[in-house]
Design a protein around this ligand. Structure first.
Ligand code: CUA
Length: 355
């Protein structure tokens, strides 16, 4: 019986140990796309240094308390020894129970206030201003000075402060890119501000951090940090209409001699798209599609994901999304379509041409 109990205890111990090791490994942050433990932004680095300090301080306090506890346990075993000197217990309590904790709490509070000061920048003189609107369940991203509209991707120049002016169209959302900065809520009817200052080029995953409905967990996005000149190139490319590169006019226009340069499949797909219900919700700059309910599709093919991170942006995923978005992401605002066969293939060709 006791052998079985000991074995069970060993098994539970091993399980708890394994779980702890796994959790700690999961938290370590090395090479993980959404870990605040591998900061790459000015604000995230400041939060990380605060957390390191708390971890160190907490570990020291824990070790000291455990040391005293162990000492008390061992002491009790020989408590019958009457000749032992009794003594300065009240001094230990006053110092260890009041003075030291007061100093530690003051230190922690002071550093917390400094973190709030250091990370609460409003980016008044930021070179780039980005407007972000939270929708159930995707992100609208605008560069007002350049007339650029995109979705679920925020592109920024490395080493510069970027000011995000944020609002929401329906319910409260919260923008969080753990490797770059803290969280700030997006509220309907008002504008909140946060700054991003990426230190390294790369792609950083972000996530809505305020529960906002069925697909809150799939309200993801990426921040892509470019070298400044590369960022300028991206911004310029995004500010042009994606359609019909070099053709100088609407494809299919008999008056436009270059229009024939377009792939006939793309021209066909354009017709399918423009005559479908897609155009009531989506816009493609320079065309008759001017919907505003869903993401702007002007440079759709340049984006990394579909449905705010739910699928990679490839042809197969796009077909799944167009035919039955509710099966992929239940509760999102996009209805399915009955486009199929040759029309669907042509529409995919068209959408994939929007780079
Ligand atoms: Cu938007 Cu959670």
């Amino acid at each position: 019986m006791s052998g079985a109990r000991a074995a069970a205890r060993t098994a539970v111990g091993a399980a708890v140990g394994a779980l702890t090791v796994t959790s700690l490994a999961a938290c370590s942050g090395a090479d993980r796309p959404m870990s605040m433990f591998s900061p790459s932004g000015a604000d995230a680095s400041r939060v990380d240094s605060h957390w390191q300090m708390l971890l160190l301080l907490g570990s020291v306090v824990w070790l000291v308390v455990m040391g005293f506890t162990l000492g008390a346990v061992l002491r009790r075993r020989r408590a019958h020894r009457e000749d032992e000197p009794r003594g300065r217990g009240h001094v230990v309590v006053a110092v260890g129970g009041a003075l030291v904790p007061a100093l530690i709490i003051t230190w922690v509070m002071a550093d917390s206030v400094l973190v709030m000061r250091d990370t609460g920048g409003q980016g008044e003189d930021a070179g780039t201003v980005v407007e972000v609107a939270g929708h159930q369940f995707w992100w609208e991203v605008r560069y007002p000075e350049d007339g650029v509209v995109t979705a679920n991707e925020i592109h920024v120049p490395v080493g510069e402060v970027v000011r995000l002016e944020m609002t929401a169209s329906d319910v409260i959302h919260s923008l969080w890119v753990p490797q770059l900065s803290g969280k700030v809520d997006l509220n309907p009817g008002r504008t909140t501000v946060m700054t991003i200052n990426a230190q390294e080029p790369g792609t950083y995953w972000g996530q809505c951090a305020e529960y906002c409905g069925l697909q809150h967990a799939w309200m993801r996005f990426v921040v892509v940090a470019h070298e400044p000149e590369e960022f300028d190139g991206w911004l310029e490319a995004q500010s042009l209409p994606a359609e019909d590169p070099g053709a100088g006019g609407e494809p299919g226009d008999p008056a436009d001699p270059d229009a024939g340069d377009q792939d006939p499949q793309v021209v066909r797909g354009r017709e399918v798209f423009m005559s479908s219900s897609c155009v009531y919700c989506h816009a493609v700059a320079g065309t008759e599609a001017t919907g505003t309910m869903g993401p702007d599709l002007t440079h759709f093919a340049s984006r990394q994901t579909i449905g705010a991170g739910v699928l990679p942006n490839d042809r197969e995923s796009l077909a799944r999304w167009i035919v039955d978005p509710q099966a992929v992401k239940p509760g999102n605002a996009m209805p399915g379509t009955d486009v199929a066969g040759e029309e669907l293939e042509a529409m995919l060709d068209y959408l994939e041409s929007l780079e």
